[in-house]
Ligand binder design. Structure first.
Ligand SMILES: CC(C)(COP(=O)(O)OP(=O)(O)OC[C@H]1O[C@@H](n2cnc3c(N)ncnc32)[C@H](O)[C@@H]1OP(=O)(O)O)[C@@H](O)C(=O)NCCC(=O)NCCS
Length: 185
């Protein structure tokens, strides 16, 4: 396996390691982070399992799952996590997901991270389509995806079950040919 290590202007993306568990728990263990996500805040044990599965999936060929630590280039601290999952039946297409530690929100980092994920997916993995699904109420994710160039393409009705109720998702996507014309990372 060739480990992923790329950087943009402010952020880096690299493979997760067991040493990242506390930093990733600070992201996904926080109820503010999971407010619009279809799961409850993760326990430390759950984060440990996620990291172990991520490390295992990194060795699978062909590789389909990338779970990457998001680092602040100014100091190297892990401030978030990003996920890119290549579809088994449509290997030109991948779904992305991301989460940042709440004390880093609102400074354009989420937008930068999405741009970096698009660069990784289109330039390094040669994907054609990259998409993400968000809760209709997730305004920060909506704006970050739109500003990064991900077009809003539709609504999946009753996509996920959250706290005993059905919830729709809004899908955004970017296509390689559109991205080629506007990338700046
Ligand atoms: C979604 C997330 C990554 C966005 O990160 P971020 O660094 O705060 O995003 P940005 O600073 O790039 O903000 C993007 C836009 O949303 C706006 N915004 C940020 N937080 C907002 C909020 N809570 N409500 C409304 N708008 C918000 C910003 O002002 C910015 O708009 P602008 O470009 O016009 O200034 C972050 O909020 C997060 O980790 N959320 C929890 C996990 C999550 O929801 N992941 C996405 C699943 S699809």
């Amino acid at each position: 396996m060739r480990p992923v290590e790329i950087s943009g202007k402010r952020l880096g993306l690299r493979e997760v390691t067991p040493a990242d568990v506390d930093a990733l728990h600070a992201v996904y263990g926080d109820p503010a982070t999971t407010e619009h996500l279809p799961f409850d805040p993760r326990t430390r044990e759950e984060v440990e399992e996620i990291v172990a599965e991520a490390i295992e999936s990194a060795g699978v060929q062909p590789r389909r799952l990338y779970v990457l630590a998001v680092t602040d280039l100014d100091g190297g601290e892990v401030i978030g996590v990003a996920r890119l999952h290549i579809e088994a039946d449509h290997p030109h297409s991948a779904e992305i997901g991301l989460g940042l530690r709440p004390d880093h929100w609102g400074r354009g980092i989420g937008t930068d991270l999405i741009r970096l994920l698009l660069t990784f997916g289109f330039k390094h993995l040669r994907l054609h389509r990259i998409w993400g699904a968000r809760s209709p109420a997730n305004t920060a994710a909506q704006l970050a995806m739109l500003v990064a160039g991900m077009v809003e393409e539709g609504r999946i009705r009753h996509h996920v079950r959250v706290n005993g109720s059905w919830r729709d998702s809004i899908v955004h996507s970017a296509l390689e040919d559109e991205w080629e014309g506007q990338r700046d990372t």
